[in-house]
Design a protein around this ligand. Sequence first.
Ligand code: GLN
Length: 190
Amino acid sequence: TVKIGVLALQGAVSEHVKSLRASGADAAEVKHTDDLEDLDGLVLPGGESTTMRRLMDKYELFDAIKSFAERKPVFGTCAGLILMAQKIEGRTGPHLGILDIDVKRNAYGRQVDSFEADLTIKHVSDHYDGVFIRAPYIKSVGPEVEILSTYEDHIVACRQGRFLTCAFHPELTDDLSLHRYFVHLVEESI
Ligand code: GLN
């Protein structure tokens, strides 16, 4: 069984842990650098990316996660996607900058703060209930990135090698297919 950590500084943590366990992985919360040691993969959850970044710096997790990502799979959801992106609209410089995508934060505006959408996710599901909460979308992707899902002409899920990301909240639905896809990706990486 693979062991997957969930960054537990802020945001939707326990739901991810539950979904990973239900998908056949061991799961643990990550609050300190030591917690990364025995992990095969890592989830960066939704929440608020600037807050999460501040806490990553405070707990000295930023560099540790960056070097973890040089070797192991990472799945970023919503705010986690923003943390992984190489380019963020309106911001000088990325956070982790490990994924060749260009993102726009809070991309759906105030009127539609939160919504659900029936998505097709390549390799994963033909009908996936995407829960979007003050979600970003991906404006463009680099040549190594495989687009997995789009919604209204914008990219909302993609994969680049060992990195998986989505703009919505997979931990807030009962559908385990996307978590299972990440668990398989981690299994294949070891
Ligand atoms: N709007 C948040 C951000 O910019 C992301 C929202 C979420 O994770 N649900 O970080």
